[in-house]
Write a protein that binds this ligand. Structure first.
Ligand SMILES: Cc1cc2nc3c(=O)[nH]c(=O)nc-3n(C[C@H](O)[C@H](O)[C@H](O)COP(=O)(O)OP(=O)(O)OC[C@H]3O[C@@H](n4cnc5c(N)ncnc54)[C@H](O)[C@@H]3O)c2cc1C
Length: 402
């Protein structure tokens, strides 16, 4: 029996497992260092207390239990090395797992450039425990302001470095949250300032100008101070330094300045781009190993027509992982492989509260409450089926332990 191992239970890994499960005569093992699938694009809802941990995670153990397949299992392990010659993955606890086919779907992490001093003072929202700490610091800053009410009423200042999708979404959500917070509590000491630092490309670099214009308009309405064309050079315990001239005081800083492939990528001795993403062929196989595929943020996925590298996102993770999983099944069944035709036909940007700006196929633009409903619909369409399967797995597990 052929054993397929999927490394990473994020968007790519979960889509791949569901596709692989169509073949009931293989063994499938999903491995993740966390027990949950982190729904990263929804993290700003969590930070703004609009949702709790159960809304932004899906339990991988019960999910795998709930998927109809006789030989599908989940292993909660951290992979520390990939022995591609020996066809096995090595775990941090000294164990290992062998495979016939491997899908690398280990995603990405926030890229902290070594050249910027003091980045340890900043927050990283890609990790759920850091998002939780950030949420707590955010709420502590709010409490501090409430306590300052009749005394100093010093300005609070949250600085978000990086004005890509996640930086913009977090800035908008926090600005909206603090505005509502002070209005709702009728607190007069309401001078919580939010600054968004964007590099030379401006905000939402690479996205459609109409979407960028809408986002700017909304950030402006929420009072977010956008500092364009500035590069963070250093961060100490009190200030973020933007060049020699400008220093910005802060209560806390979030760094959302870009991504690079997860740590494990450094253990894989194969061609990579500057973000440490693997460079697969058009069938998503890695160089030299036909049985090893890569998908999602771990790979540089290219647009089939233009050949341009696609920005890492949920849609690219979905399309690439489904293709990689189908190609694994095709190889097992000795069928022809299909080319990856990943595309991004929509961008949805949450901009605080019940407001989002959406670009559909580069032709239709929707913003405001309607955009928000669309974004919620897209999230729910992904999440609800997973939660339903996970509930089935939970019931199965509970029956098993009784
Ligand atoms: C704050 C934020 C907002 C975002 N907003 C959007 C958005 O609005 N729209 C959009 O399309 N995209 C958005 N993204 C990007 C999107 O979340 C990613 O593109 C997507 O998660 C990629 O899926 P993936 O499966 O490749 O990687 P991930 O979802 O990161 O999953 C990788 C998995 O691999 C596991 N793993 C990694 N290394 C190891 C190891 N050594 N051993 C075991 N397990 C390992 C990790 O624990 C993780 O579960 C956002 C990201 C962030 C951080």
């Amino acid at each position: 029996m052929q054993k397929v191992v999927v490394l990473g239970g994020g968007y790519a890994g979960v889509h791949a497992v569901r596709t692989l499960a169509k073949n009931r005569s293989i063994e499938i093992v999903l491995i993740d260092k966390h027990t949950y699938h982190n729904l990263q694009p929804e993290v700003y809802n969590y930070i703004a207390s609009k949702s709790d941990l159960t809304d932004v995670t899906v339990d991988l153990y019960t999910l795998c239990e709930g998927i109809e397949h006789p030989r599908l299992s989940f292993m909660n392990k951290r992979v520390v090395d990939c022995d591609l010659e020996g066809k096995k993955l090595l775990f941090s606890d000294g164990g290992a797992i062998s495979y016939d086919y491997l899908l690398l779907a280990y995603g990405a992490r926030t890229f902290f450039p070594h050249a910027i001093e003091g980045l340890k003072n900043t927050d990283d929202l890609k990790k759920l425990h850091r998002a939780l700490m950030f949420k707590q610091s955010f709420e502590c800053s709010m409490l501090q302001k409430v306590e300052d009410e009749c005394s100093t009423c010093q300005e609070g200042h949250i600085v978000i470095v990086g004005a890509g999708l996640s930086g913009v979404e977090i800035a908008a959500e926090m600005a909206h949250f603090s505005k509502k917070f002070f209005q709702h509590g009728t607190f007069a000491c309401d001078n919580m300032k939010i600054s968004l630092i964007s590099g030379s490309g401006g905000i939402l670099k690479g996205l459609h100008p109409k979407l960028i214009a809408k986002a700017k308009e909304r950030l402006d309405a929420l009072g977010v101070n956008v500092i364009e064309g500035a590069h963070m050079q250093k961060c100490d315990e009190a200030f973020v330094y933007l060049g020699a001239e400008q220093k910005v005081p802060y209560s806390f800083v979030v760094f959302a300045g870009g991504i690079e492939a997860s740590n494990i990528s450094s253990k894989i001795n194969l061609p990579k781009n500057s973000k440490a993403q693997l460079l697969p062929n058009r069938f998503l196989q890695v160089e030299g190993y036909d049985e090893v595929f890569v998908a999602g943020d771990a790979a540089e996925v290219r647009d089939a027509q233009s050949g341009r590298a696609l920005a890492p996102c949920v849609l690219v993770a979905k399309h690439s992982s489904e293709c990689a999983a189908e190609n694994i099944l095709a190889r097992i069944q000795k069928r022809e492989l299909r080319e990856c035709r990943a595309k991004v036909d929509g961008v949805l940007v949450a901009l605080g509260g019940r407001y989002a700006a959406c670009d559909l196929f580069g032709k239709i633009f929707i913003s405001g409450f309607l955009g928000y409903l669309l974004k919620e619909f897209v999230f729910l369409r992904y999440k609800l089926p997973l939660q339903r399967i996970s509930r089935l797995g939970y019931k199965k597990h509970k029956r098993g332990v009784q």
